[in-house]
Design a binder for this molecule. Structure first.
Ligand code: AMP
Ligand code: ZN
Length: 464
């Protein structure tokens, strides 16, 4: 079946064709590892995971590359401000390298909890400095770069069609930036390829280069890494919608200027997670919620967040609220019960994936990843008159895209001994009406990754 994606380049839904038949190259901009990812960031990674799973479901072999930004992402706009890594290091009294390692591990743990399939290749910006320097050299040879007091810059006026992705008007962009913080820049849209370490300051992360000691600009890493691992012409590049105007626009300019070839064919962007009142969740806003704080700590299975993300199309803003999460919590539990019921009713009998419903599901997901519609198909299929064994086989097939671990819901999980003891102690506390002890024990159990629920049938314990 044909596959359509909305391409930010053309602002249209287009039929997806990969450059190499049967193979799709996917590059997703990864985290800047100076802090935990917030659940807004994670919404973008869930969208990208659905995209990847849909490609696989359609029979593509996917080669997925994700970078880890561990240097060069500055806190201010347009190459001003402090390196976020050095800022994080100061905040925590650790080295930038330690910070990078710690938050990379935290990020990998978050995506694992959300059943996000790991990329085939992870690349750290600091592991590809030579490739980035080589790319900057090519740009220099071709006359696209110039030197200022604080670094080597890309001259955006030399690249025709600089705003092809952002669809902005370049003249009004230039006029709009009247207060230029760096007067040596030729155009306000020019961006750093290489920045020099400040005079007399020894940065924690710095390298020698043909232009002087310093560090690469943020955008160059994604161009260097994507071309290194996927080739000069690539299939799909994704990120959050905030990357359209600057980061991805600059990636296109420097990559195409260097190779003379079209860079990526498809650019796909996920809309923001917002909080009540419409404000974007952002690390810099201090309004951010981590997966741990919003879910794990409260004993809510992180897959509830994955399920919640399916309720809004990836190109529409998604509003986070405790109520919407509660609704998704109920929704996921209901789905798990339906799957469990279908499994029990089919009593070991092996069913078949029903074509009619597979087609309906494909029609939804292949129409620019329409997950709200796909979730309606899930319910339609589960409520239909097809046999339970077939229902079970069909939902397990859908789960290749949903990634909700629906194949394990019917396996009553054996609890670890430690949890069993704590649960028994809590039961004893409840019997003795010692509510304070009971609450304390519930929190301890939650911290160990299990959630207790008091139902009419007694206490239930679920792994979160
Ligand atoms: P960062 O770690 O800041 O480089 O961001 C990682 C990814 O999250 C990027 O693709 C961003 O575009 C995306 N992102 C940032 N804020 C949000 C948000 N509030 N909602 C969804 N995605 C976001
Ligand atoms: Zn990037």
């Amino acid at each position: 079946m044909k596959l359509y994606f909305y391409n930010s380049l053309t602002r249209k839904k287009e039929k997806f064709n990969s450059i190499k038949p049967g193979e799709a190259g996917l590059y997703t901009c990864g985290p800047t590892v100076y802090n935990y990812a917030h659940i807004g960031n994670l919404r973008t990674y869930i969208f990208e995971d659905v995209l990847k799973r849909v490609l696989i479901y359609n029979g593509y072999r996917v080669k997925h590359v994700m970078n880890i930004t561990d240097v060069g992402h500055l806190s201010g706009d347009r190459d001003m401000g402090e390196d976020k890594m050095e800022k994080g290091a100061r905040r925590e009294g650790r080295t930038a390298w330690e910070i990078a390692e710690f938050y990379t591990r935290a990020f990998k743990s978050d995506i694992a909890r959300l059943n996000i399939i790991e990329p085939d290749i992870w690349v750290k910006a600091t592991d590809t400095i030579d490739d980035q320097i080589a790319l900057i050299k090519t740009l220099e040879e071709k006359g696209y770069s110039y030197r200022t007091g604080d670094g080597i810059y890309f001259d955006t006026s030399k690249f025709k069609d600089y705003t092809r992705l952002s669809h902005q008007n370049i003249e009004s962009l230039w006029e709009g930036a009247r207060v230029e913080k760096n007067p040596e820049k030729r155009n306000s849209t020019d961006f750093a390829l290489w920045k020099f370490s400040p005079e007399g300051v020894r940065r924690q992360m710095e390298w020698n280069s043909p232009w002087g000691t310093g560090f690469p600009g943020w955008h160059i890493e994604c161009s260097a890494m994507s071309m290194k691992y996927l080739g000069e012409q690539l299939d799909i590049h994704c990120g959050g919608s905030d990357h359209i105007d600057v980061h991805h626009t600059n990636e296109i300019a420097q990559s195409e200027a260097a190779t003379g070839k079209n860079f990526f064919n498809f650019w796909m962007h996920g809309a923001f997670l917002i909080i009540a009142g419409g404000k974007k969740m952002a690390k810099s806003e201090d309004n951010f919620l981590t997966l741990h704080n919003a879910f794990v700590k409260k004993g809510i299975n992180p897959l509830v967040y994955r399920f919640a993300a399916f309720q809004t199309h990836y190109r529409k803003p998604m509003e986070y609220s405790e109520e919407s999460i509660q609704a998704s919590r109920n929704g996921l539990q209901h789905l798990q019960n339906q799957v469990r019921q279908a499994a029990q009713n089919s009593a070991g009998q092996k069913g078949a994936v029903i074509d009619e419903y597979k087609t309906k599901f494909l029609e939804a997901i292949n129409d620019d990843l329409n997950m709200p519609r796909a979730m309606a198909v899930v319910q339609e299929m589960l409520k239909s008159r097809i046999g339970d064994a077939d229902k079970h086989a069909t939902i397990i097939d859908y789960d290749r895209v949903l990634g909700l671990s629906l194949d394990t819901v019917d396996q009553a999980e054996e609890l670890p001994e430690k949890i069993k003891i704590l649960v028994a102690e809590r039961q004893a506390a409840r019997n003795a009406k010692d509510w304070a002890a009971s609450d304390r024990l519930r929190d301890t159990i939650q911290d160990l990754g299990y959630q207790v629920q008091d139902t009419k049938e007694g206490m239930q314990v679920i792994k979160t």
